[in-house]
Design a protein around this ligand. Structure first.
Ligand code: G3I
Length: 397
């Protein structure tokens, strides 16, 4: 019985994929999957392939390649900074929607979905908010009300236009924090206690009944010891399980996927197992901020190919591990890179000791790197029975 059901699911998937692949061929020009965009190849699996967008780069008239590739290669976009609180409300009570609106409009014109990023995070908060709390002019009670108002205002403005919202971002500490036992960290936990997480999801749901609401974090690509005191994915798993048991409307877990070639990282089966474990909670999953940085030694900067080649290869392998794992798990709805070109990447500005870079799938001159081609081949070669179309959960009420 079980086997028959499995075979019929597989048969439907084969038929779907066959139909999709049959469409583009014409008599004069046979279908060439290698000429397709990441977006088009992702759609064969119902997978959205996205990128974070730097609005300054998008608006730079001297850099038309950026806009062209952002529009043509990806089926989903995320504002790298434009939807963060400091960008939206730099002065108390005065919202500046220009950049965020522009991205939503860009997505509409290019038939892309939008991942909203981010409603509650301890970074990139407006100074009026953090200094008001620090000097006591904003009380804890007022802070909670300000958070409710912020979430309600932002989610309402884009109601019906955002596919997935990162509602709460990076709420959990790391083993290198003090204390080293994993705990709820940062501005919001310190001022409101961990109850802000459930509140945030409930407020977001009240403002948009249809967006998928995500918890988003880094270093949760693969489980470790299974002890929530030192295993961050386990801590997140327990947190989401607890929230859902309380009826909190959380629909997804976003795994950021910031990797570096200097680390051990993971294999495809480890990452697949992690996504499956999260998915067993009944939530969607997604890779939300994938990039793979490398140490930029003097030899790399001098163009030494013996140092550059292993980095390009390791980077491609790591991008591919996350893509294959995502494809293998039907709840994994999207795969978003955190910037697509080394020309506009947060990495060199952030990691300076030692310098790091080369984190994106296109180089500084918009040439696709090994990683780009590897992602493409993952999407081309995947199919039933191991890779089946995506299944999205219904937004939880
Ligand atoms: O806004 C100022 C601008 O006025 C000034 O001219 C410019 C000069 O450097 O700085 C601008 O602010 C920078 C901002 O990005 C916008 O470009 C900040 O210095 C810089 O720190 C900030 O970095 C962002 C970082 O989040 C801040 O935490 C990165 O671009 C952004 O990629 C990064 O994204 C985060 C995700 O949101 C969450 N997960 C981790 C990820 C990487 O850190």
């Amino acid at each position: 019985m079980k086997q028959r059901r499995w075979i019929s699911v597989g048969a439907v998937a084969v038929a779907t994929v066959a139909a999709l692949n049959a469409v583009p061929a014409t008599a004069s020009r046979p279908y060439d999957p290698t000429a397709q965009s990441l977006a088009a190849l992702g759609l064969r699996h119902g997978l959205q392939v996205g990128t974070a967008v730097d609005l300054a780069a998008l608006n730079d008239a001297n850099d038309p390649q950026y806009r062209r590739l952002a529009a043509s290669e990806f089926s989903s976009v995320t504002a790298e900074n434009a939807m963060k609180w400091e960008s939206l409300e730099p002065t108390r009570g005065v919202y500046d929607w220009a950049a965020a609106d522009q991205l939503v409009e860009f997505a509409r014109r290019n038939k892309q979905s939008v991942r909203g990023h981010v409603l509650v995070w301890h970074n990139q908060l407006p100074t009026w908010l953090t200094s008001g709390v620090a000097d006591g002019s904003i009380s804890k009670q007022e802070l909670r009300e300000l958070l409710r108002k912020h979430i309600t205002t932002v989610v309402s403005r884009y109601k019906g236009k955002i596919w997935q919202w990162d509602v709460v971002n990076e709420a959990v500490g790391d083993p290198w924090d003090t204390p080293s036992t994993l705990h709820y960290k940062g501005f919001w936990a310190q001022n409101l206690g961990p109850g802000y997480i459930a509140d945030a999801f409930r407020w977001a749901r009240a403002a948009d009944p249809r967006a998928l609401l995500f918890y988003n974090d880094y270093n949760i690509e693969a489980f470790g010891s299974g002890n929530p005191a030192d295993d961050k994915p386990q801590f997140v798993y327990d947190m989401v399980k607890g929230l859902r048991a309380q009826g909190v409307p959380i629909d997804g877990i976003g795994s950021q996927g910031h990797l570096g070639t200097q680390y051990g990282n993971y294999d495809t089966l480890q990452v697949t197992a992690a996504l499956k474990k999260f998915a067993a909670l009944g939530v969607a999953t997604a890779f939300t901020e994938v990039d793979v940085r490398s140490e930029m030694t003097e030899a790399v900067q001098a163009g030494n190919s013996a140092e550059i080649n292993p980095r390009l290869q390791a980077s491609a392998a790591n991008f591919s591990v996350l893509m294959k794992a995502c494809l293998a798990v039907r709840s994994c709805l999207s795969y978003t890179v955190w910037g697509f070109t080394d020309r506009h990447s947060w990495v060199p500005g952030w990691f300076t000791e030692p310098p790091q870079g080369m984190a994106a799938i296109y180089d500084e001159n918009y040439q696709p790197k090994r990683a780009y081609h590897e992602l493409k081949s993952d999407l081309i070669f995947a199919g039933p029975p191991y890779v089946l179309p995506r299944v999205a959960p219904k937004p939880r009420r």
